[in-house]
Design a protein around this ligand. Sequence first.
Ligand SMILES: [Zn+2]
Length: 404
Amino acid sequence: MRDTALLQLALGLIPPWTVSRSDFDPEARRLDIEIDFAPGSRFACPTCGLADCPAYDTERMSWRHLNFFQHQAYLNARVPRVRCDKCGIKTASVPWARPDSGFTRLFEALVMTMVSAMPVKAVARIVGEHDTRLWRVVHHYVDQARARTDASGVTRLAIDETAARRGHDYITLFVDIDQARVVFATEGKDAETVAAFADDLTAHGGDPDTITEVCIDMSPAFIKGTAENLPNAAITFDKFHAVKIINDAVDEVRRAEQKTQSLLRGTRYIWLRNPQTLSDRQRATLGGLPTHHLKTARAYQIRLAFQDLYDQPSVQAGASYLKTWYFWATHSRIEPVIDAARTVKRHWDGILRWFDSKIANGLIEGINSLVQAAKAKARGYRSTRNLKAIIYLLAGKLDLRLPA
Ligand SMILES: [Zn+2]
């Protein structure tokens, strides 16, 4: 078998396309495969699909293909411009590459497979291409897959922001809780992000009216955005955020108190944890403290009691438990704890909503750490558009339909 026949078979070329020649340059570590079409061949119009259009003239083009062993390989061809009776003169499409791409479909599939596992910059280094060219490929496949995304079944949503770049840039993530996928990611962390989500949902076959449950932190922007754009959504305040508010109060009490109680120095992490997760050493330290006299210890007990809210058997039991807790906390005479209790009071219904919805932002926290890890590995992204593409790629459960 001649090498041209072998290459033609390996490339899966079908008439009118044939391999006419190959040039291997070991110095340049490069294989060039020439592809041509039989004279008199006719082509489909790339715009309207009309078959049997004659070639008008040709244009030389090249595409980077999968490596030939350790050598870079390129396909080269004269591509006909066809004369279509309806559309005029159009460049014909070739089966091995997308229009306007300098890579073959198989090379792009390789790139897409690699970028889901490592930073685009690292892939660029490995394949020996500039990363801006690879980002173009990434955006193409992500945009196409996003355009096909069906969001009609989304009813329960978790919303949270993630840091985008250094400074104060944020991206807000909208996660479909039931399918555990990011359905939308957008710049900012204000109420407008929810409006943008509602538009995007509508554009993908969904309906803002069918969103019935939303889990958020207590950010006024997300509360406002939800109320304005998702009229049928009940808000659940994420329980980890709720506990964190009390936890922050404990920390504030400890910081103030350790100025006069030097025994409290170095105990910060003890108060941030739960008793059952303390190390032996931390437990011993805690046991040695005069806890009866410490405001920090009282604040800590109030925080532990708040957590027990989530062990109550029903929303009724939860409501009555929270009432008792609130009375205790607001009568503690510990200012930061009283403030935290008032914050709880202002978000009462959304905190208790958990008993009905049982939704939390744990899932979105997981996605968040995935995104932040990718960001750290890539040492950041040049644009939020790039970061959003990576978020969809990692957590959007996209149907990329890569060429095989
Ligand atoms: Zn046409």
